[in-house]
Structure formats: structure tokens, C-alpha cells
Ligand binder design. Sequence first.
Ligand code: PRX
Length: 653
Amino acid sequence: MSTLNTYAPSPAWVANAHVKGEAGYAALVAEAEKDYAGYWARLARELITWQTPFTKTLNDSDAPFFKWFEDGKLNVSYNCLDRHVEAGKGGKTALIFEADDGSVTTVTYADLLDRVSQLANALKARGIKKGDRVVIYMPMSVEGVVAMQACARIGATHSVVFGGFSAQSLRDRVQDAGAVALICADEQQRGGKSLPLKAIVDEALADNSCPTLKDVIVYKRTGGKIAWVEGRDLWLHELTAAQSTVCPPEWVEAEHPLFLLYTSGSTGKPKGVQHSSGGYLLHAALTTKWTFDLKDDDIFWCTADIGWVTGHTYITYGPLALGGTEIVFEGVPTYPDAGRFWQMIQKHKATIFYTAPTAIRSLIKAAETNEAVHPKNYDLSSLRLLGSVGEPINPAAWEWYHANVGGGRCPIVDTFWQTETGGHMITPLPGVTTLVPGSCTLPFPGITAAIVDETGNDVPNGQGGILVVKKPWPSMIRTIYGDPERFKKSYYPAELKGYYLAGDGAIRDAETGYFTITGRIDDVLNVSGHRMGTMEIESALVSCTELVAEAAVVGRPDDTTGEAICAFVVLKRPRPTGDEAKAIAKQLRDHVAKEIGPIAKPKDIRFGDNLPKTRSGKIMRRLLRSVAKGESVTQDTSTLENPAILEQLGQAY
Ligand code: PRX
């Protein structure tokens, strides 16, 4: 790491941050080491308002099904809204919503509480109650946040499905969750275009494929033409209009499932990651406070979509739990031009900006080709802190972000975490950590991240290994919905001594002990910060039964998207070349978009008469990875059944 620049926090940062300097960090780590449960109990009492205080902190009697604060009762929406209004902050701006076309709506805490309460009452009037699952398929909108909070208010468990997923993906999720209601919009507005949502819902629910689902509640975003199913479809504005703005919160046990969020694993269908109410809220609030150093006068902007975990924790829950003010953006970073982010930071005087490396890399490219959208043309002096999430950030992108967006003065928190972890796990703290580009540095205080070998033994710094978390933590995944065995197998494999398996490889610097994530160790890809299983994409390809005989999917590095999806396909007809191959490749991409969503479209498709297999019939994936990268194959191919196909696979379409 010695060749990289390092950036120590300024004295002002050390003096003013919530966690002050290395001494402040060390004191917290020591507190957690001395009395682990006591540490989390203290924070849970400080950050959360409990209706019934908890007396038990951690119950590990049924490990790895851990319980936190189990006899305490709370309501997440009460913690995000009512308590701020009760404290006299009802007039404070909670959300600054900027639409695709640039129009802005602000919503105060008092307004937000009214709207959440009205929708909560409407849901109750439809018979939706504590424990029911509600799927949310919404664009980035105030209504999306309101829908999530309204579910939390009545104790219904929400499952948000990203608006880019296909009808088939939506159907799978509605079915797996056994959802009773679905909240969607007529359309979404992105990059100057209206895109369907309700039409995809109609397709997902066709042929009575989701019998548990009774209500489809539609938010009118664009007023575009949509089909209507009488008796099932309901306008959101009609349902809420007559409802009272008072809705007493449903007090739930700390372990009550706040939400399910489906994410990809290395095998099978996406899994419904189940999160709790109390432990999850604690970490959402605590990490927002310490990692982002959120203060009362900050304007916080997380650019993630509420369809991903980052949007859950750092839009819907963390900043609101602390009574913060945040920006919610409907559009895309490149519309009307690639200066949109910088223009919005300037316009709203954002102080904290949290985005993904993919976005940064694509905006670097845009600024290189078009001077006018370079951040130097905008007044970004309001910024005091930057963040990165979702994938490793390469040092060059880090340095550009630091110099051109942060003006050289804003620390960057490179936050490593996952859907399963609920919030930040390994991250710098801005008033503490000397930053090294490309490293997520050290564990958040209380998080026992470590690097071990295949048998769970610690490996020395400087030597790579498997990233684990040794002790349970409050915001951890509770189970995979409906599949506790898969939960155990995926995250607590027997050979790892009861440690949580993150699924990433990592290495710690020999001198500093800083962590660098080296990438997934399973068959999960990270494309533009979106997580996808290679098996899922393979299944989607082979489901094109009229064309595809066999498919294998691997990732390869990509300058902009981090990883790119590369598919190797054997057709049921002779191997195509030239224009015919191009046309079939397009057909296959469209098929994958229909099965999963456009984000899963393979970038490269390579056709072969067969796939490279060992004589025992195993697909040689390592070899495919080399081919995908365009490397000359140096591996031993003597076990290859049919070496000639390597040449065929050299051509990508
Ligand atoms: O591989 C790691 C990568 O993203 C995975 C988690 O993806 P997901 O559950 O979709 O959540 C993304 C947003 C939290 C991890 O297993 N990842 C996430 N953050 C980083 C990262 N890799 C390197 N550095 C990060 N900061």
C-alpha cells in the first residue's frame, strides 16, 4: 500500500465528528470487547425509543438464529417520524424530492407522518395486518418511502422489488413471500422517458399465478394509460383521501420482520433475506450517525434506489431515524446530461453524498469527453463528506472523486457491507481513519470482521483469505424467508467455527491491518453494483428452450461496470457466425431481460459447438474466465474433452 497516497482526517474533523479520532474509535472497540452485549444494549437504548424496554440483549441459544433485544417492543415508523414531531421538529424538512424533470417537492416530518399514517390506515382498512407481506414495486418517489414506512407502521413486512426487474422476477418474489398486497406506480419516469410498471405487474399476476395476492394499489405517477382489473386494482390517492392522518403505531417485538429483500446467491433462485425491526433499526441509525457523521443541519444524499438494501438503510430508515434531511432523486445521473449529480449537489447544497463506483467511473468518462459536465463547472463547496458503496472502488476513481467532487477536502468513506448485513461492516469513520484509496479500512466499532482460511483459522495480515464476522451483530440477516436450512448452509457452514461467511475474499495490509476486498469467492457477480448469480443467468438462458442447449456464465473485469456478464452458449442448431450470430445474441439478451431484467443482459455472448469440459464432464469455468478476459489460455488443457472449441469461443457477440 506504500505506493498509494494516504489521507489523514483534518484536525477540524477529529474535533467535531461524532466519533473523535483514533482514541475515540479505540475506546468504542475496547468497550465492545470488554462487554459485547452491554455495548450494543447501551447503543440500542440511546438511539431507539422503545415502547417496552428490553431486558435481554442477545439470545444465542438457537445459533445461528440469533435474537437481539427480544423482549423489547418498538415501532420503526414511530422512531423515524413521530418522535421527531413530538420533539418539536415537525416543521423540519425530511425529504427533498427531485423529479426526473427537475421539479422539486419538499416534505416535512409532520407531512411525512400524516401521509404515512393515511396510507397505514388505508392498508388496515383493506384488512392488511401485522405479519402480512406487502410487495412494493415503485419508482424512486416520496410515495415509495411512504409505502415502506406505512408497512412498518402497521407491522406488515415489506418486500421491495427493484423497478428494473421483469414480470417473471416480480412473480417469483410475490409467490415466495406469499404477499397479500402489492403497491406499484402506473409508470416510472426516468431519463425523460415513461417506463411501464403496472403493465409488468399485470403480466406477473396473469393467470392467477399469485393466489395470495388480493390488492394492487396504484400510485398515479405519470397518468399514462394502463389496464385495470376491477376488484383487484385500487388507486392509492382514492384509498388514502378519506383516511385519518392519525394512525397509532403497531408496537412489535424487536425480532418482528421489518422486511424481506431478495438477493442473489450462488445457487438457485434469489433468496428472501429477512431483517428484524430492533436490531436493524439500531445499526441503520448508528452507522448513519458515525459513518456519515450526520448532524442536524446536513443535507444527505444517497443516490441508491429503494429497491436495493442501500436505499432501505440509507434512505428510508437511517437518516429518518436520526431526524435528518435527505434528497430523494427520481432520475438518472446522465439526464438531461452527465452533470446532473453535480448540478443537484449545487442546487440543494448537499453536504454528504453517497454513491457507487460505477456511477463515478461513468461520470469520469463523461467529463473526459464533455468538459461542460465536469464537476469543476459546479459549486460543490457545500459538500463535506463523500461515500462509496456496492463494489470495490479502484484507486484512480477514488482519487478523481476526492479531488474533483470533494475538492480535496472531503473524506471518502468506502463502506463495505451487504444486503445480509443490514448496514456498514467495514468502513472508515471520517473523524478517525487515515484513508487509503481502495481500502474499506477497519471494522465498524463492535463488528468482529476477520480473515480466515477454509477451516476458520485466522490468517496473518498480508495473506488473503475468507472474510467472516466472528460474532453475531444486531442488524444481521435473521433467516432466508421460508428456508432456514439454506440460511444455515449459506452463511454458517460447519467448517467455519460458527462464523458468518460473507462470501467475499479479503486481505489485510501487513502494516496497517486495513482490509481490502478482493471480490466474491462464490458464483456471484457484481455488475454496476448490482448483485447477480451466474446460475440465475444460466437458467434464464437455457429457459430459451427453442434455441439454447447449454450455457455457462462467468464474469470478467470491466472498466465502467466493475464486472461484465459473459455467457458461453451452445445452441440446439449449428453454431452461428457473423450477422446471424449477432441477431441470435440479441434475441438471447432480450430473453434474459424478460426472465430477470435488463440488468442481467450478458455483455458478451460467445457461441461454441460445445463448452470446454473435463473428461468427467465438468465445465472448466476457470478456463472460461480466461477466455472471457481475452487472455491467451495458459492453463493445462490436456484434460479438455474437445480442445478445438477454444478457438470458436474466442469471438464475442
Ligand atoms: O462483494 C461485496 C460487494 O457487494 C456485495 C454485496 O452486495 P449487495 O448485497 O447487493 O449489497 C450492496 C450494497 C451494500 C459484497 O459481498 N461490496 C459492497 N460494498 C463493497 C463491496 N466490495 C468492495 N468494497 C465495498 N465497499
